[in-house]
Design a protein around this ligand. Sequence first.
Ligand code: UDP
Length: 243
Amino acid sequence: MKSTSGVPAYRRVLLKLSGEALMGSDAYGINLEVLTRIASEIKSVTVIGVQLAVVIGGGNIFRGMAHAARGMDRASADYMGMLATIMNSLALQDALEKLDVPVRVQSALRFEQVVEPYIRRRAIRHLEKGRTVVFAAGTGNPFFTTDTAASLRGAEIGADVLLKATKVDGIYDRDPVKHPDAKRFNQISYNEVLERRLGVMDAASIALCRDQNLSVRVFNITNPGDLMRICLGENVGTLVKGD
Ligand code: UDP
């Protein structure tokens, strides 16, 4: 990966957007202004030729229902969480279409009147045709997270990198909110993330990236332009890769 002005550093990227990224400063749900800004950032990188797939989370909706889910059977609660990701996908699809970005949503759970089912080869074909693909419903399995879905889909579509969008500008040795002297890593290995339990993504998703040699870049999606800078090869946030 090298920085060359205007030329994308990656051919195909998997962007993991947490549901919380869509909330802005709201307590739950989708903030339209934030959604539109993220959609326009996605548009800008597709315009320079990056093939972009998105895995979207559901925390913004699902954690608002956490009280109702408490005491529920875990698998049922997790299916509710996956349904929340489908709602977010539809919102992102709508925001992208308003900006004339061609987009398809594919769901790991069948919901065919609304979105396409996940079909790996069809997803790749969409990407090749310049369509953004939004992967909904995580892995389709309870007891997993959308981070694991991002690693899985990233590996399946042959993404060059997994971009993990957060509200923090990288991985720190301690929680930077609680510890102002926390140190940010420029680069770190998968094993170090796991051994130090840095908690940026769950262990299953980091281990899958390690085993498939899919590098991960953790960055702050609330910084306008960072997604584009990364796609142009700039060293933004923290890179997670092999030793
Ligand atoms: N979920 C699941 N299997 C998956 C992906 C997600 O069961 O493969 C459920 C799980 O309950 C999770 C919720 O969906 O808490 C929302 O996903 P996640 O917490 O990963 O969303 P984010 O934190 O990224 O917004």
